[in-house]
Each structure stands twice: as structure tokens, then as C-alpha cells.
Design a protein around this ligand. Structure first.
Ligand code: XMP
Length: 321
């Protein structure tokens, strides 16, 4: 089925919320829907929209997959607690890490995350809760890039011919699928979400796993988590579209305390973009870059080299895998 885009000009936030709430309520009927809140803009907006439309016919989980950013579970619980939206935290760290064990190919890593998320974790939650629907924040760009064969975004299912009812035992509802990121932010604002929430830089579904080149282990995620925290602290003031840190697979020879240190390489990316479809690197001040390098090598054990990506999308993509 062809999806019609709703452009930012065409979008009336309040009307969109009313229409989608009616549709959602009709579709779910007196059944139960569940959704996973990751704290990203799309999942936060879909959670709020779902709660407005369905009330206690929607149960929201925060899936702790072990690949989230530093302090993320606490931050999300605090934000949604303040909005009066109940969230249940579900610990699935072991399931994700064992599915990712030994995998280095980007598409295989994505597939492992998709299967663990939809089949194992959600399959279980659906069976336990008796839900018939999964509500998720897929947006227009996710579909476009997956269908174009750029990357398989982990939340794309039916557009790839996957029958979720048959394969996982539940139906997926995607109320934001006609919108791009600026449209999602506009709906977030109309829903009354705080600015810091709907204006957050985008964050990928596969979370920090999208920023680990090579095998995703708890140790390697923890390195990239620290690097991400530093990048976010230092670059949030730039107003850039997105900024991130990537852990490279290869190590390089470095020097520490006068001795050889065969250590890790971190790559920083900072993007100017409006919709993530194309992007250019931000012309960061060299002082900022130097501070980033100093902090990464000083605060993260084992990091000896820090680089800045100067490539545009295309040929680069925003994330690393
Ligand atoms: P890429 O890396 O494809 O990212 O240029 C485009 C935008 O989508 C965000 N994003 C994802 N990226 N897999 C990704 O690789 C996902 O599942 C995903 N979900 C969201 C990404 O952060 C960037 O803003």
C-alpha cells in the first residue's frame, strides 16, 4: 500500500491528533494495545498520542535492551511520570546481548535486534498481557530508506512484506507513518509534550548498537555510551540536527605516559540537516573539536584517537551501521 506523505505545510497538529485518536480508538476497540517507549522523539510522540486516544487500553513499556544512552531509563521515567503516563520497565538486556553475540555485519546486527525486539521480547509481552496491537512510531523517512534499500530500519515490517500477525501474533499500528521528523515535532508540541522532549535530536531505533562498528558487547557499548554522553554535553549548544560518537572496530597505536598504548578510536559526527534524508557536517569550531578530543582521551579508558567526520550524506549515512 502506498503511503501518502503529509508535508509540514499541510499538517495541522491539532487536527492530526483528533483524526489519529479517532482512528486508533476505532481500530483497538475494546482490546488492548502495547507500545515501547525508547525516549526518542517518535516513540515519545506516539506514546503520548496513544495515551490520549486509548487511556488504559494502552500499556507502555520501556524496554531496557542494554544499548540505551547514559541515564536514559531514569530520564524517561521522570519525564513521563511528570506527564502522568504510567511506564513499566522491562529488563531485556541479556536477551539482546546474547542475540548480538559474535555478529559484525551491520544488517545481521539490525536483523538480530529486530527479531529480539519483535519476536522474543514483544512476543512474550503480548502473550502475557493479552494485547492484540503494537503501537509504534515509524515515520515516513524510515520507510523511504528501507524500501530504497539504503538501510533496513529496524522498525520496518509490513513494508517489507512481513505479516506481523502471522509471524509475531499481533498487529502493528503506525500513526506517524505519513510524517517526517519536523512534522512529528509539530504533533509533539500540539500534544503538550515539553520542548526538551519533542525537540530532542533524533536517536536511532537500534540505539547505541548503530554506533558500534563490529561486535556489540556490553563493554563496547559502555565505551560508546561514555563517548555519546560527552558529545551530547559538548554539542547540544550548537543547535545541530544530530551529533553522535562511533566506536571503530580497529584499534590503533597510540601513546600514553611515554608508552605504546594500542587503543580505541572514536569518530565524532555532527550533522546539519532538516529531514535526515541528506545532511552535511557542521563546521564546528576547532576549539570545540579539541575539547572533545581531550575529554574522550582523558575520560574514557583506552581511547587514544578521536576523528571528526567531514563527509556529507550521501555518501555517508548519519549513523555508522
Ligand atoms: P541514517 O543513518 O540512515 O539515519 O542516515 C537517518 C536517520 O534515522 C535515524 N534512525 C535510524 N537510523 N536505523 C538507523 O540507522 C534505525 O533503525 C533508525 N531509526 C532512526 C538516524 O538516527 C538518523 O536521524
Amino acid at each position: 500500500m502506498k503511503i501518502e506523505e503529509i508535508t509540514l505545510d499541510q499538517l495541522d497538529g491539532v487536527e492530526f491528533i483528533e483524526d489519529k485518536s479517532r482512528e486508533l480508538s476505532r481500530e483497538v476497540g475494546d482490546g488492548l494495545a502495547i507500545n515501547a517507549l525508547s525516549g526518542g522523539v517518535d516513540s515519545s510522540v506516539v506514546t503520548m498520542l496513544g495515551h490520549k486516544a486509548l487511556g488504559n487500553r494502552l500499556k507502555t513499556y520501556f524496554i531496557d535492551n542494554g544499548i540505551m544512552r547514559k541515564g536514559e531509563p531514569e530520564q524517561i521515567a521522570q519525564w513521563f511520570g511528570a506527564l502522568g503516563v504510567p511506564i513499566e520497565i522491562h529488563d531485556a538486556r541479556e536477551q539482546f546481548f546474547s542475540a548480538l553475540k559474535g555478529l559484525t555485519d551491520p544488517e545481521e546486527k539490525r536483523e538480530a535486534i529486530t527479531q529480539t525486539f519483535y519476536k522474543d521480547v514483544f512476543g512474550d509481552l503480548v502473550r502475557k498481557s493479552g494485547a492484540k496491537f503494537l503501537l509504534q512510531g515509524t515515520i515516513f523517512t524510515d520507510v523511504e530508506e528501507t524500501v530504497a534499500g539504503v538501510k533496513r530500519q529496524h522498525n520496518i515490517l509490513s513494508q517489507l512484506g512481513i505479516d506481523t500477525q502471522k509471524e509475531f501474533g499481533y498487529e502493528v499500528i503506525e500513526p506517524l507513518i505519513q510524517l517526517r521528523k519536523p512534522g512529528v515535532r509539530k504533533v509533539g508540541e500540539a500534544l503538550g509534550l515539553p520542548l526538551e522532549m519533542y525537540n530532542r535530536p533524533p536517536f536511532p531505533g537500534p540505539a547505541l548498537a548503530a554506533r558500534v562498528i563490529g561486535e556489540v558487547t556490553p563493554e563496547r557499548v559502555s565505551l560508546v555510551r561514555e563517548a555519546t554522553a560527552i558529545v551530547e554535553e559538548e554539542l547540544s549548544r550548537t543547535g545541530a540536527f544530530q551529533y553522535l560518537a562511533i566506536l571503530h572496530e580497529d584499534r590503533v597505536t597510540g601513546i600514553r605516559n611515554g608508552k605504546r598504548d594500542y587503543g580505541f578510536q572514536i569518530e565524532i559526527r555532527c550533522w546539519n540537516s532538516t529531514d535526515a534524508k541528506t545532511a552535511t557536517p557542521t563546521r564546528l569550531d576547532f576549539d570545540i573539536l579539541e575539547r572533545l578530543a581531550l575529554r574522550m582521551t582523558g575520560e574514557i579508558p583506552g581511547v587514544v584517537s578521536v576523528t571528526y567526520n567531514i563527509t556529507s550524506k550521501p555518501t555517508s549515512t548519519i549513523e555508522a551501521i
